[in-house]
Design a protein around this ligand. Sequence first.
Ligand code: NAD
Length: 323
Amino acid sequence: MKRILVNGGGGFIGGHLIKRLKAEGNWVRGVDLKRHDFAAPPADEFIVADLRDQNVARAAVQGIDEIYQLAADMGGAGYLFTGAHDAAVLHNSATINLNTLEFGHQAGVKKFFYSSSACMYPEYNQTDPDNPKCSEDSAYPAAPDSEYGWEKLFSERLYLAYARNYGTQVRIARFHNIFGPEGTWTGGKEKAPAAMCRKVAEAPDGASIEVWGDGLQTRSFLYIDECVEGVRRLMESDFTGPVNIGSEEMVTINRLAEMAMDIAGKKLTLRHIEGPLGVRGRNSDNRLIQSRLGWAPHYPLRAGLERTYAWIAAQVAHSATLA
Ligand code: NAD
């Protein structure tokens, strides 16, 4: 049995990861600014505190064998690509990583997992929606399209520098659009799959729903269970990364919306409006993960979206009864 710290344990991926780590028989401490919004992850200990605070970060790592560092100032395009939160995103997430790594290192933590993002890939390789390039070796010359991506790149370098200089064991994944039940679905920090499911669930048959931009921008979306599986496999492997953890099933945002409508059995029209967009095209490239871990995600988008839609439709129905 290992003693494991999950930073960001009150968040979407952290909550699912705690369940998995507990099911594997570990002792788990979660730390987050808040308790989980939709579930009660079965952590042995859960600390509600701010990891920007050095005293909190120092206390959190005591007696810990391994850290999964998922805490970040984070949201979807509506949060990250307007520019309004740039200073906070850079400052908050970098501070969490600086604190976690330094105090973890001082306390003798054996291994760190760091959740980077596909948002660190250069914008110039993601202008063609049909042919984006996101192989791990395409990261440099660096040119992420958001400060969120720059912070991820900086923190990747921070973890790698600790590995080089101090022999710290680190594992770094670049997540590509993770989605599923028990994630943010409203309020401005939600990402495209959850936003689309919510809009479809709220719309009466025959109505229209808003899509930002022309909807021809492309992305791939990875279901949460496969994200957690990839994280665990990477952590148990001898491969440091960075490595993509994402799906290679690329779709347009219009197609994502149509899929959600089809799952709901609703006939709606799409109304394209201006909105924050991010890069024109993005897809995971799974050659490296396949070759280093002998495994890559394969779960179909449709199957994950069916589960997510069912959960979000239930949230929408529940909040309607409260209104
Ligand atoms: P999330 O927002 O649900 O979880 C992040 C958690 O960090 C939140 O619960 C938040 O309260 C917590 N947090 C933020 N600041 C904190 C602080 N100062 N002290 C303590 N806790 C703090 O996001 P998520 O989707 O679960 O993402 C987890 C990690 O994966 C993040 O680092 C994110 O950048 C990365 N990531 C996620 C995706 C995705 O599609 N979800 C894609 C790429 C990378």
